[in-house]
Ligand binder design. Sequence first.
Ligand SMILES: Nc1ncnc2c1ncn2[C@@H]1O[C@H](COP(=O)(O)OP(=O)(O)OP(=O)(O)O)[C@@H](O)[C@H]1O
Ligand SMILES: [Mg+2]
Length: 509
Amino acid sequence: MEVPISELQLDEEASEAVVPGPDSADEGAIAIDDGPAAADPASLTPRQIVAELDRYIIGQSAAKKSVAIALRNRWRRQQVEDELRDEILPNNIIMIGPTGVGKTEIARRLARLAGAPFLKVEASKFTEVGYVGRDVESMVRDLVEISINMVRGEREDEQRETAARRVEERLLDLLLPPAADADNDQPDADEGGHRHFLVGSSGVAEEEADDELTARRRRTRDKLLGLLQDGKLEEREVEVEVTDTAMPVLDLQAPGMDSLDWNIGELLQDMMPKKTRRRRMSVAEARRVLFSEELDKLIDMEEVIDDALDRVENMGIIFLDELDKIAGERGGGGPDVSREGVQRDLLPLVEGSTVQTRYGMVATDHVLFIAAGAFHVSKPSDLIPEMQGRFPIRVELRSLTEEDFARILTEPRNALLTQYSALVATEDLQLEFMEEAIREIARIASEVNQRTENIGARRLQTVLTTLLEDVMFDLPDSGAGGTLTIDGEFVRERLAAIAEDEDLRRYIL
Ligand SMILES: Nc1ncnc2c1ncn2[C@@H]1O[C@H](COP(=O)(O)OP(=O)(O)OP(=O)(O)O)[C@@H](O)[C@H]1O
Ligand SMILES: [Mg+2]
């Protein structure tokens, strides 16, 4: 299968990859390590899965339990003998709960944990285009792309060192081009006849000279290697052969054409002969260019695609957000008809069908669907019966309390207060939150949620940005250093007035 590798490769990723230094993002840094912590994520027990989720999500134990079982059942299914295996269907789940209580977060973390390709889509999106049944299959195609990027990323990580070594060799070749004559052992065709004759008298001497030359070259090369590794040659210019991507990637996709999934621009680009030209650039830039070239060579895209498709089929998770928006009361006219239409379109996917993607056919039988919605107006029972049957597990997420807020502020690995402390620490200030301050923030957030709109944990964001606005603004000028302690008084001072005032509250918090 012909695979246009250039499309799959994200340039930023490639250039990031150039610095193969230890990427041990330290705990305090804002880049939060959220990779799976367990050795073999595939075989986590439900209890372990819940424990992992607990590190990020406060409360919601019923939901965590359900998703943990669903994930484990998948693994169990893989252990079942062939014949029965295909009969075992995923435990699709509906998560019911108000906004901002962790629905998306749970599904996302679960996918990370399992190393599963994960796609989040809004079910309601499929009505907005204007006609019923906008290509729901595009979900699967998107999931395939995600999966390919994921697998490719993993392979890249594996090959990073090898590629870096090869790049080093190539850079040395560029810095010290192999002397054309010395390396050319082939006698010239014209001279062929004379050559033996000539060598007869001076052969020994010539060979010795050659040896010395080679040895000298080796020494120079070693020296250069040392300089290169010490980063002393970064500014040096070299000439590199680059592949021209003369034509910009045109997105010629017409609306409604996505069912074909062919981007004409990309197609044309693939058909164009690849032009190469030599370009002068610094060693630093050359390293970037060569690195992604070497990675491309080291990675077998066919194998990546096979693996990626397999992962989608057996591990894929599709998060169908806002399912309640397409669950209208049946029998009514108007928009309800199209809602039902969308459900009917979704049904085959959820039930299991085969979708044509540009990389091959993908069966959706074992893709796990996790749906979510507030279900304030409509109820799961308003879904068409077939759909209800396909989401046998319902789980409710409850509204978050003041108590929860206090924990959410501090406990998760990516807790908001940890994030702020890390941000502030980059300018040499330690930020410390007193127990009382945390309680006060939680109280105000919960109060504002009650008095205006309940936006769940997202309220903490708005409250915190308001609270710390001055700190963030003044930070670079304040000379920094030392510790800023945020106590209850500090919080009340900044927030009380706003929280009390109806209008201010509405606009600011
Ligand atoms: N129980 C929780 N524990 C920790 N953080 C939470 C919790 N609930 C929500 N959050 C945080 O609040 C934000 C919003 O949560 P999330 O995206 O999961 O909401 P949601 O339930 O999917 O809401 P919506 O229905 O609006 O999509 C996230 O940044 C998440 O980290
Ligand atoms: Mg959500």
